[in-house]
Design a protein around this ligand. Structure first.
Ligand SMILES: Cc1ncc(COP(=O)(O)OP(=O)(O)O)c(N)n1
Ligand SMILES: Cc1ncsc1CCOP(=O)(O)O
Ligand SMILES: [Mg+2]
Length: 295
């Protein structure tokens, strides 16, 4: 049942450790800053992954923007994700593609993976837990979760609320990013619900100071959560936020009252007296061996 998944390519692993995801809107903002300038400011402020999202342009226009962003993101060594279109992603050498539920009807995760390769980052939009678990099962590298709040950037799409973020934090093993209506005013709510990664369009692109906005997002984010670590937990490679065994039991929502544990950390039994120590590090391997309590 528990399968240890293959080790991930180091570049891909580090790309997936993003925390602030900036998405484009239009070819310039209301202050006359070009799309590329806005994204450059965002990167300088701490955005560590960039997506080109152009729902209206011709293929030629989108290709040109994609090439510009490819150059920019290469310069700053930030991953570049193409929205919707796997063929453009392939042509410009993007680091990956983002597919929504409708996009998946044209191109599945499996097909996108065949076209872009194992090291490509494939993100999938989800609006409820079943879709998230299906995306994870299909081999997506990250999940987009939203809109958390209703947003004019995605008109007609109902808000999923922060309760969906809480569910994902407990149930998915791959990275997830909260998106939709996220601003500096409500970001802490989303972080408190369990998100580590935030994504924004308007909060960044509609600002006269995209760099300052991103800096403020990053400093807020640092107050709430330490970066997650990849670990093997009961044979499954997954992202874990916990630093101690006690926190891990909490994170995995295992009721301590109902079960007794033996804990193995890196193949050695860890006595209960050490469960509050900060021993969970990157690539640690943990087995929580549970026995249902008897009467
Ligand atoms: C990071 C991220 N999450 C969600 C989306 C939305 O994708 P989709 O549902 O396909 O909607 P469009 O963006 O294509 O209108 C996204 N683009 N990025
Ligand atoms: C593309 C997309 N998918 C879900 S919400 C959203 C738009 C997010 O935009 P904003 O940050 O302006 O609310
Ligand atoms: Mg889409």
């Amino acid at each position: 049942m528990f399968q240890q998944q293959e080790q991930m390519d180091v570049n891909k692993k580090s790309a997936l450790q993003f925390s602030l995801y900036a998405i484009t809107s239009g070819s310039s903002n209301m202050y006359g800053q070009s799309m590329v300038d806005v994204m450059e400011q965002a990167i300088l402020g701490g955005a560590d992954i960039v997506q080109l999202r152009n729902k209206a342009g011709s293929r030629a226009e989108i290709m040109e923007q994609a090439e510009q962003l490819r150059r920019l993101t290469k310069r700053y060594q930030v991953p570049f994700i193409m929205n919707d279109d796997v063929s453009i992603a392939k042509e410009v050498g993007a680091d990956g593609v983002h597919l929504g539920q409708d996009d998946l009807l044209q191109t599945s995760v499996y097909e996108a993976r065949n076209i872009l390769g194992d090291n490509a980052i494939i993100g999938v939009s989800t609006h409820h837990l079943d879709q998230a678990l299906a995306a994870q099962h299909a081999g997506a590298d990250y999940i987009g979760a939203g809109p958390v709040f209703a947003t004019p950037t995605k008109p007609g799409r109902a808000a999923v609320s922060t309760s969906y973020i809480q569910q994902l934090a407990q149930r998915v093993t791959i990275p997830f990013v909260a998106i939709g209506g996220i601003s500096l005013d409500n970001a802490s709510e989303v972080l408190l619900a369990g998100a580590y990664r935030l994504c924004a369009v308007r909060a960044i692109t509609d600002s006269a100071e995209p760099r300052a906005v991103c800096e403020q997002f990053r400093s807020l984010m640092q107050q709430y959560r330490l970066p997650p670590k990849w670990m093997i937990c009961n044979g499954v490679r997954r992202e874990i936020y916990a630093v101690t065994i006690e926190q891990l039991i909490d994170e995995l929502t295992i009721s301590e009252k109902q079960k007794h544990f033996v804990v193995e950390l890196n193949k050695e039994i860890l006595p209960r007296s050490r469960w509050s120590e900060p021993l969970l590090t990157e690539e640690a391997s943990v087995e929580l061996i549970t026995f249902v309590g008897g009467g």
